[in-house]
Design a protein around this ligand. Structure first.
Ligand code: PLP
Length: 306
């Protein structure tokens, strides 16, 4: 438990993300995580989703004026020590956010989770069609977004395997992203090359999450590429690291990506340098997965174990 002086010192962290009415992912997961890790979480909501643990039934982006109003209100009073970005609902929101953060929060660490398809997307879609017939469509597909506006602006980008494939598809590399998913060995090599290409393209540090990789059966191995031009400690001048934890065999991983990126933001707000914050956040997600639970009939969320 935190002592009183630590509570008083809770740094402010913003989560810019979508609301998950089911309470497992998005803003709800972020605020639980930020509080658990000793920060004060503020939220800038990009979209409201109607979803439970088996289906997403509607998504409504907030208006450009409402997005801007939330940011301006927080800037005027609750200035952040770090920012996490999750679901962005459309390209106009994305361009606006990249520009606004660059203009208004210089030097504040920005952890960008390029949410395109939820890590639980397939399960959601399948469960939804089982429950409600073929009419249900997964509405959580933002794969058309172009994140280039964040090149040089984010501190860290945290794509999963599917998102690396999407991000690299517009970049000229020897191995195109679409072929990821074929055979284990070459899969892993293609992924690594794609990850490097994406990191070079964006010019920032990148944490490529391997938890959803088909070639990983025993471990959840992530690849961390540290940029030497990002605003990280001079102790770390670039480099490539594998971070490995045992695979947790659970379907209750809803919101794991959201939890990871907000935990990284929390640890940075608490004063850690990027690589330390990433390692601590990965351990936090591992513990959260081990204690995850199932409040509905579909995949449940991680427990908070701070
Ligand atoms: N943001 C919102 C609002 C969501 O509903 C989801 C998944 O359902 C996500 C982000 C991404 O979730 P995950 O962390 O499981 O990839």
């Amino acid at each position: 438990p935190l002592v009183e002086s630590e509570l008083a010192a809770r740094p402010v962290v913003w989560t810019i993300a979508g609301s998950d009415s089911g309470g497992g992912a998005g803003i709800q997961a972020d605020l639980l995580t930020l509080h658990d890790l000793g920060c004060h979480g503020c939220s800038v909501i990009t979209a409201i989703t109607a979803q439970n643990s088996v289906a997403v039934t509607a998504v409504e982006p907030v208006s450009p004026a409402m997005l801007a109003a939330q940011l301006e209100a927080l800037k005027a009073d609750l200035y952040p020590a770090a920012v996490k970005i999750g679901l962005i609902a459309n390209q106009a929101q994305l361009e606006f956010l990249a520009q606004w953060l660059g203009d208004n929060l210089p030097g504040v660490p920005v952890i960008l989770d390029p949410v395109m398809v939820a890590s639980c997307g397939d399960e959601l879609q399948h469960a939804a069609s089982r429950a409600q017939g073929a009419a249900t469509v997964s509405t959580l597909d933002f794969s058309g977004l172009d994140f280039s506006a964040f090149a040089g602006r984010a501190t860290l980008i945290t794509p999963n395997v599917t998102e690396v494939a999407r991000l690299v598809s517009g970049i000229a590399v020897p191995y195109a992203g679409e072929s990821i998913g074929e055979e284990a060995e070459s899969d892993c090599t293609r992924w690594r090359l794609a990850v490097r290409a994406v990191a070079r393209h964006f010019g920032v540090s990148l944490l490529a999450k391997g938890g959803d990789a088909r070639w990983q059966t025993q471990h959840a191995s992530d690849l961390l590429l540290l940029s030497d031009i990002g605003n990280i400690s001079t102790l770390y001048r670039g480099g490539e690291f594998y971070l490995e934890s045992p695979r947790v065999d659970t379907a209750n991983n809803h919101g794991s990506g959201c939890t990871l990126s907000s935990a990284i933001a929390a640890f940075m707000a608490k004063g850690m340098v990027l690589p330390d914050a990433v390692m601590m956040a990965k351990a936090y997600v591992y513990e959260g997965l081990k204690a995850s639970f199932q409040p509905g009939s579909g995949p449940g969320p991680l427990a908070r174990t701070g």
